[in-house]
Design a protein around this ligand. Structure first.
Ligand code: MG
Length: 162
């Protein structure tokens, strides 16, 4: 029987001035950006954790420590491609991912098509298999005060019959 597994991922980064806002591998014009050791792409980080979780391979911090100077300022697209490689080496094929990014501003919907175009090939998926949704937090809490952005993702992976 083919093995099918599911994983979930969650991440948060602080919003600060003088940093670029990069979400889903796409740079979005905004007066605030995400703070982090890498490029702080919170959406890619959540997807990486969902994929690693599905394969029971730990979490993104385990593989790419924020104490490791190699990952300073790193383009998070590298992490997603590398996680995909780790899964493939263990015989896993990614089936689909579904994610939600939660922030008050700017509007994300106009950028979703571009994000899918960037992310799908990194996971050897078609854009049809990558769902990205965005929501505000109705002005509530730290997201509502624009102090941070969080993202959640689920991923399904499959290992064909041996
Ligand atoms: Mg992160």
């Amino acid at each position: 029987m083919a093995a099918i597994r599911i994983g979930n991922g969650y991440d948060i980064h602080r919003l600060v001035p003088d940093r670029p806002l990069i979400l889903g591998g796409v740079r979005i014009a905004h007066e605030l950006g995400l703070l982090g050791h890498s490029d702080a792409d919170v959406l890619i980080h959540a997807i990486c954790d969902a994929l690693l979780g599905a394969a029971n391979l730990g979490d993104i911090g385990h593989h790419y420590s924020n104490k490791d100077p190699r990952w300073s300022g790193m383009d998070s697209k590298f992490f997603l491609k590398d996680v995909t490689r780790m899964l493939q080496e263990r015989g896993w094929k990614i089936e689909n991912v579904d994610c939600t990014v939660c922030l008050e501003a700017p509007k994300i919907n106009p950028h979703i098509a571009a994000m899918k175009k960037v992310l799908a090939p990194l996971m050897n998926l078609t854009e049809e298999d990558v769902s990205i949704k965005a929501t505000t937090n109705e002005r509530l809490g730290y997201v509502g005060r624009e102090e941070g952005v969080n993202a959640m993702a689920v991923a399904l992976i499959k290992k064909p019959e041996a």
